[in-house]
Design a protein around this ligand. Structure first.
Ligand code: PMV
Length: 356
């Protein structure tokens, strides 16, 4: 899916807003060039998002990417270095224009980075969409067809694996699975059209238990899976759970969905605890919240479930019809565990949008 382009006479600019996503079957373990050890499926979110603008302008004769990078209105050396490295790694194969012009990137998040909310997913997908958009403009193309989104997903994956799922509305699958036609390790595909309507308005309230940097990054966590004795059986389990979860998503089976989502969260963190060296990303508040959610569900029969990312924050999942009851429960019983009472009230969303 590589491509090259011609010289622009004026600055060319593209802006996209792209959401985060929450995995229901987790991608945990990778090989080669950011390829997954198992397939995964996620809800695309709505509120937690990144807005990115990329501008290419003056000619660049340095032979490498020349980047000027602004994050949340300020320079950010750590992010700039990461993005520059990423752009250098993809320019020859995917976007030759990246070395021909100076690049300006202005990006901002609606949520704290490195807090277990996948800021790299929204960030890398927004950046990839901008790059594909600029390539379109250089080639005088005006439409965003299927190949546009496939390329954006593939490029996002190279930046951060889970980012490739953020490209699509509602629900996305990444990683080849025998039951899912069109699924691939190289890019994600959207399966929102196959999903029962009850999941299209599902809520995900993200309880910020801690907004600090994680002690072990996802990259380090994926790498530790290579030596984890439970890894082979985990990958089989993930593929089995994919089958069951996709069925539940199609049928609108909320209790099967919730059980699998919770089991996946526990498995992810158990894998961390039995890595070598072992580590724990949950906090005390994470455990308290999990216990409270289970108890509330048992006592009320209200369908509310949790999942976790690679971090301490808890994603509270529930259908729209129980919003009021769950909101009261969260305010009364879970909010005290949140850092400064912070909760991001998110929902399944309609996917990235071009900013005009
Ligand atoms: O895309 P990465 O490398 O940040 O890894 C994401 C891993 C999980 O969030 C834990 C699971 C997933 O599938 O998103």
């Amino acid at each position: 899916m590589s491509n090259s382009t011609e010289m622009p006479s004026n600055p060319i600019k593209a802006g996209w807003e792209s959401p985060s996503n929450i995995a229901l079957i987790k991608y945990w373990g990778k090989h080669g060039k950011q390829l997954p050890r198992n397939s995964s499926v996620s809800f695309t979110l709505s509120t937690a998002a990144t807005r990115t603008f990329v501008t290419i302008k003056d000619e660049n004769r340095t032979g490498k990417v020349e980047l000027d990078f602004i994050f949340n209105g300020k320079e950010n050396q750590a992010f700039s270095t990461r993005v520059e490295k990423f752009l250098n790694s993809i320019c020859d194969e995917y976007f030759t224009f990246l070395k021909k012009y100076s690049i300006h990137i202005d990006t901002s998040n609606s949520f704290p980075h490195s807090s277990g909310i996948a800021s790299s997913a929204s960030g890398m997908s927004a950046l990839a969409l901008c790059l594909c958009d600029i390539e379109n403009q250089l080639n005088d193309k005006t439409n965003f067809d299927e190949n546009f989104y496939l390329k954006a997903s593939e490029v996002s994956r190279l930046g951060s694996g889970s980012a490739c799922r953020s490209i699509y509305p509602e629900v996305a699958v990444w990683g080849h699975h025998e039951d899912i036609p069109g699924s691939s390790d190289e890019y994600a595909i959207g399966i929102g059209h196959q999903i029962h309507p009850v999941f299209k308005s599902f809520h995900d309230d993200i309880l910020i238990i801690s907004a600090g940097e994680k002690s072990v990054s996802s990259t380090a966590g994926h790498n530790l899976m290579e030596g984890n004795p439970f890894a082979p059986v985990r990958y089989q389990q993930a593929n089995q759970r994919m089958k069951s979860l996709i069925t539940a998503l199609k049928q609108g089976n909320i209790s099967d969905f919730g059980k699998i989502a919770e089991d996946e969260a526990m498995t992810l963190h158990a894998l961390m605890m039995c890595s070598d060296p072992s580590y724990i990303l949950m906090e005390e508040g994470t455990l308290s919240v999990i216990r409270k959610i289970k108890k509330f569900r048992e006592q009320t029969s209200i369908p509310v479930f949790f999942t976790l990312d690679a971090g301490p924050n808890v994603h509270v999942l529930y259908p729209d019809e129980v919003e009021n009851q769950v909101n009261s429960f969260i305010q009364d019983e879970l909010k005290p565990y949140c850092n400064e009472g912070r909760i991001i009230r998110d929902k399944v969303g309609t996917g990235p949008e071009k900013i005009s």
